[in-house]
Design a protein around this ligand. Structure first.
Ligand code: 4NP
Length: 162
């Protein structure tokens, strides 16, 4: 089975994108989805490179029985060769990725994660929870969870077509 390589991208790679990575890994591990997916996450910024996910994200993951680990890395131009689907957490991250995309084909692999959230409506961003309280992390987890369900359906459908 062909592997789909996915990278979630936010600003710092310590709150939203490690959350998406952990939720996706959890779903892949515990559900028989009929897809093979490799998952990573990265940040467009470099402030937190080498840091573990934010404690508030780790607490919410623990509360939900989801394993979350890893250390932050910065997304680089070379990474466009390493992934089939790049999911930006918000419009600013989307623009930052588009600016460094080396080819139109590379740019075409970038999407907003909430394109796959059935409840998104006009609200395309996963809001940055870094400067808020723990409630923001609960909302991020719920939003990302819905989006990951839609994303997995999309990957399965693309697989069936291809
Ligand atoms: P993330 O959240 O992009 O979801 O990882 C942030 C983490 C750190 C900062 C901003 C957002 N920061 O400004 O340091």
């Amino acid at each position: 089975m062909a592997v789909t390589r996915v990278c979630f991208v936010c600003l710092g790679n310590i709150c939203r994108s490690p959350t998406a990575e952990a939720i996706m890994e959890h779903r892949l591990q515990f559900e028989d989805l009929g897809v093979e997916v490799q998952v990573e996450s990265a940040g467009t910024g470099d402030w937190h490179v080498g840091h573990p996910p934010d404690a508030r994200a780790r607490d919410e993951a623990t509360r939900r029985g989801i394993a979350m680990g890893g250390v932050a890395q910065q997304f680089t131009v070379a990474d466009f060769d390493r992934f089939d689907l790049i999911l930006a957490m918000d419009s600013a991250n989307l623009e930052a990725l588009r600016r460094i995309a080396p080819t139109p084909e590379a740019a075409a692999t970038i999407h907003l994660l909430r394109e796959f959230d059935p409840l998104a409506g006009d609200d395309v961003d996963v809001p940055d929870p870094y400067f808020g309280g723990s409630r923001g992390f609960v909302e991020v987890f719920d939003m990302v969870d819905r989006s990951v369900t839609g994303l997995l359906d999309h990957i399965a459908a693309a697989r069936a077509d291809g």
